[in-house]
Design a protein around this ligand. Structure first.
Ligand SMILES: Nc1ncnc2c1ncn2[C@@H]1O[C@H](COP(=O)(O)OP(=O)(O)OP(=O)(O)O)[C@@H](O)[C@H]1O
Length: 715
């Protein structure tokens, strides 16, 4: 038979199996629907018969409805591409029937396997078998469907000697075909083409810390997400209840990956951007690199501690209270002394008001004794403390002198340069104080992503404010959030939940030490999957970040580390240009190997300063015409608005403009990169940020540059 006829015949074979699977799926769906209806009927029947209070009946109803609804949700989520793989075993193998692999395990009415869940141990051979170690698999087939229709099949022969006469083999590699396909707005799952080195990471044990490093495009994000789905499948009892949290660098990124887990039927995982980790606020704004470096440094913890111990700006500077006809007065220095004493006893100030009251009463008693001694009188100390402690004017003073403090308020105090200089003495340079204070004064643009870790630190340092006031404060924060936020989340967990069972941190190389502290707090009992690439790091002090990261993991001793070495995103031509930019800044071993060649060499166009607008418009038009999928324009962070203006006439939804730091983790079929030297100079880690930007394109790259300083000569 000719190749197309063989292919058609093989597609027909698979179609008949896929038809059986969907017919069974429809039956299961109908069963679940009917179970749900019956469940509701129990409730209604009970109501009619006035035995509603029978708890067992209610329980039964709830369980039936719950299970049926969950089953329906899963069946619907897995509908698309339900079956994607098939293994044919050697005649001598234990297993003789072909094994179909899919997003879900399905058995027929006789309990025979129609599809095996990809996460089940039996399906592991689909990902792990190789020609060197075939695991009894003769032919591995990837089946590509659209809805219920089989579009194509692609085979790998793993045991050439064992192929039976009647076995037909088609295609030449599902992976390359998958990589060549155009990209959409959202990341796709890679479940049909997971590679062996990736599978090993996905199925690594759940306890302890699993670190995944690898260059751009090696599938770190895809692997981490599939690992989350795998862990929840295999260890749902241990991990499901307490929840899994995935943290990504930005809201753009979490939106980009948001489809992957639901497409695998996993709706139980919470995705949060770094600016959204603290409940109640969602920040998207990035600070300029030098400012972010100050805010992220561990020194800030000490600065914050000193700041919150200082006298609040509105606190009264003097206390006067009348006791038995005599005015007792404490001046500013005396009050400061009392405040210091309370703070040196430790503890969060919002929990220390009682101690503050006691210390203040003690100081008033001292004062009364001092006056009395002068007149040769005595003072009943205990009586004075009791009497004054019950007085309303004492309490009125106390709440203004030792007010409930809120994170946003204390951080705002740092906008006062003199106050910040006192808190940052011997910790911050005068230059750092100036830029930090200026940033805290400018409250018009809401909080930045780096501020969120500081607010979270303060939340813990201050302790919870009294409930009634807390509500007021929430309103204030929410008003800001409404301006600033793009994320809406429905929360099923208590506020500031810190008991996640597993936390995945993506782009972990960029977390500042203060951010590690914030993230670490959420996983007091968690196991971790941490994904990163040191070469893409934009954090200036990696040693300090490593220290904070280790502290976040705590005593979890089991640590395993995996390195992914194949770049599946970029064409070899595009990656060669990116690698040139970091030559000398990265070990050759840290750079991945790009597997796909396209013959399309990236284009570097020299532009005149001031003519960028026309050049960008022209390049974008060309790229939109030449690729089917998305086109990204990447520029320096502070030029995003300007470039968007230039392209406002371009209404094609495939086009996105993104700042360099926000391009982390994303990808486009074609990229237009504007002024690479600007990307280097805007960041403290220069070339690494440019490297990130250059590795976003899957097929085509055009660089528009008015100088050539960014591109080192080729060796
Ligand atoms: N096994 C695979 N099969 C098909 N596509 C894959 C596979 N592994 C990775 N890819 C694709 O390669 C691209 C890069 O993957 P991913 O974004 O996870 O890489 P990354 O290592 O996180 O990259 P970066 O560090 O640059 O953000 C994605 O389009 C992903 O779907």
């Amino acid at each position: 038979m000719s190749e197309p006829r063989v292919r058609r015949a093989e597609i027909a074979v698979e179609q008949s199996h896929v038809d059986r699977v969907y017919a069974r799926l429809a039956e299961l769906r109908a069963q679940a629907e009917s179970m749900r209806t019956k469940g509701y009927e129990i409730g209604h029947g009970a109501q009619r018969e006035a035995v509603f209070e029978q708890a067992s009946m209610l329980f039964e109803r709830d369980m039936m409805v719950f299970h049926a609804t969950q089953t329906l949700q899963t069946l619907d989520a897995e509908y698309e591409g339900l079956v994607f793989g098939k293994l044919d075993y050697a005649a001598a193998a234990q297993e003789t029937e072909p094994l179909y692999v899919g997003r879900l395990g399905i058995r027929d009415a006789d309990f025979d396997n129609l599809v095996t869940d990809w996460r089940a141990p039996a399906a592991a051979a689909f990902y792990q078998a190789t020609a060197e170690e075939p695991m009894d698999v003769v032919r591995r087939r990837v089946i590509r469907c659209s809805g219920q229709k089989v579009l194509d099949v692609d085979d790998d022969v793993l045991m050439a000697d064992a192929v039976p006469e009647d076995m037909r083999v088609v295609g030449e590699g599902a992976l390359m075909a998958a990589l060549g396909r155009s990209r959409g707005e959202k990341m796709r799952d890679i479940v049909a083409t997971i590679q062996r080195e990736q599978d090993e990471v996905i199925r690594a044990p759940w306890r302890g810390v699993t670190e995944i490093t690898g260059g751009p495009g090696t599938g770190k994000t895809a692997v981490a997400l599939h690992r989350a789905a795998y862990l929840l499948y295999r260890y749902r009892r241990q991990l499901g209840g307490a929840g899994v949290l995935v943290i990504g660098p930005s809201g753009v990124f979490t939106t980009y990956i948001s489809r992957v887990l639901p497409s695998m039927g996993e709706t139980n995982v919470e995705l949060r951007a770094l600016g959204e980790v603290l409940d109640g606020i969602a920040a998207t704004r990035q600070d300029p690199a030098p400012l972010a470096a100050i805010k992220g440094s561990l020194r800030m913890r000490k600065v914050l501690l000193k700041a919150l111990r200082a006298t609040p700006p509105d606190a009264p500077e003097e206390m006067r209270i009348v006791y038995r006809g005599e005015v007792l007065r404490l001046g500013a220095r005396e009050l400061d002394k009392v405040r210091r004493k309370v703070h040196t006893q430790g503890g969060p100030p919002n929990r220390s008001r009682v101690r503050a009251a006691e210390a203040l009463l003690g100081a008033l008693a001292d004062k009364a004794e001092e006056y009395a001694n002068a007149d040769d009188r005595t003072v009943e100390r205990a009586e004075l403390i009791n009497d004054l402690g019950e007085r309303i004017d004492f309490h009125r003073f106390l709440v203004t002198w030792w007010p409930a403090l809120y994170p946003a308020q204390v951080l705002g105090w740092l906008g006062d340069e003199r106050r910040l200089a006192r808190a940052g003495k011997q910790l911050l340079s005068s230059g750092e104080i100036t830029i930090l204070a200026a940033s805290m004064r400018d409250r018009t643009r809401g909080w930045s992503v780096a501020d969120i870790a500081l607010l979270d630190e303060l939340r813990v340092l201050l302790g919870p404010p009294p409930k009634r006031r807390r509500q007021d404060n929430r309103l204030e924060l929410d008003a800001e959030q409404a301006r600033d936020s793009t994320a809406v989340r429905d929360r099923h967990r208590p506020e500031h939940y810190d008991e996640y069972s597993h936390i995945v941190v993506d782009e972990s190389q960029d977390l500042s030490p203060m951010q590690w502290r914030m993230v670490g707090r959420r996983g007091r009992f968690a196991s971790w999957t941490v994904v990163g690439d040191p070469v893409q790091s934009s954090w200036p002090d990696p040693a300090e970040a490593a220290q904070a990261r280790d502290a976040a993991f705590g005593t979890r001793t089991a640590r395993r580390r995996y390195t992914l070495r194949t770049n599946y995103r970029n064409s070899a031509e595009i990656f060669a240009l990116a690698a040139r930019v970091v030559a000398g800044h990265a070990e050759a071993d840290d750079l991945p190997h790009a597997v796909r060649t396209t013959g399309l060499v990236p284009e570097v166009r020299t532009i005149e300063r001031g003519t960028a607008e026309g050049a960008v418009q022209a390049a974008v038009k060309e790229q939109l015409g030449s690729v089917d999928g998305t086109v990204g324009v990447i520029c320096a962070m502070d030029r995003v608005g300007e470039v968007e203006q230039w392209l406002r006439g371009q209404t094609d939804e495939r086009l996105k403009v993104v700042g360099s730091l926000d391009s982390k983790g994303l990808e486009y079929d074609a990229v237009v990169l504007l002024e690479p030297t600007e990307l280097i100079t805007e960041s403290t880690t220069g070339r690494r940020v440019l490297y990130v930007a250059l590795t976003r394109a899957t097929q085509q790259l055009t660089v528009l540059a008015s100088d050539q300083d960014w591109l080192p000569d080729q060796d």
